[in-house]
Write a protein that binds this ligand. Sequence first.
Ligand code: SF4
Length: 370
Amino acid sequence: MIHASILVDMEPLPETTLRALRHDLDTWALNAGFDALGVADLDLAVHGPRLRAWLEGGYHGDMAYLERNLDKRLDPARLVDGVVRAVVVRMNYLPEGQNLPLSLADRERGYIARYALGRDYHKVMRRRLARLAERISAAIAPLSHGYRVFTDSAPVLERALAIKAGFGWTGRNSLVLNAEAGSWFFIGEILTDLPLPVDARRDEDQCGACHACLRVCPTDAIRDDRTIDARRCISYLTIENRGTIPLEFRSAIGNRIFGCDDCQIWCPWNRSAPHSTEPGFRPRETLDQRPLDELFALDEDGFLKLTEGTAMRRIGFEQWQRNLAVALGNAAPAPDRIALLQSRLESATPMVAEHIRWALDQLVRKNVER
Ligand code: SF4
């Protein structure tokens, strides 16, 4: 929702008021449930050449929407009339009690990216951002406040804004890394017409000689220039990609049925990353430890019920079955599992059936090799 401003008809806010407002924002953000806040200007032109080269290289795969609105991505002021600053927030999402390497090693259970285990973050973040923006509006009343809130919902270069707002540096895995918080956090922003003082703090690149994320990426998706080849990235292959998963990546996908966290799991800056205190981000329905066979046996109603209110809903039942078929092909060749896969062949869509046949081939081959 765009909130119109009448600032043009009134006296602008004095510097002292804007500075006091900036000071109060930190407290209001914490009260709203965010873990940090920063303010950035909206000039992202410096990212233009790299973004264009990445798109021209085709590294975005089928995400054609990334090619659109390039002007708005590089200049968020074009998104909403009159906005001049981004109030950027971050919110930790890693639930407590996760043994991530163990979850990945357990080929009998599905691995779901940790951001998607709980309540859909878009809803949580948007509601809190709206509350924070309303708090700002109340503070400057009767002057009106023009703003719009975003979280992964529009052509906004969120990571670039987060770094401008002082949240850290771009890691080799392309994520925003913060020396205290690691990278397990969501980013959201309020584009506002208030000319708030910007944060000057800039964290130096602290990846140093580390290349852990490049080494552990199962599909070699991380490029030397700190961008990702989405066409190789398991998050893309299992979520954004609506079609067939290329054969060359299926074994490497292992038990990852929705997204991938490997480049975060092994990043040294995440060794002591804080956990989320948001109850909504706790895993729903033990989604962090469900057996693959049980998940694959679900019908569409079961899938919809299990994923209700989570970000996993977006992939739909067909992609869900496709991903699970691949993971089952990477699991142990138990007779019950083979029977379960065979029992779904007839009702599966052609795309899912092709993945089931691949999985059956894998399991039969493993049985022969035993
Ligand atoms: S794993 Fe190492 S290289 Fe990769 S983002 Fe983390 S610190 Fe940087």
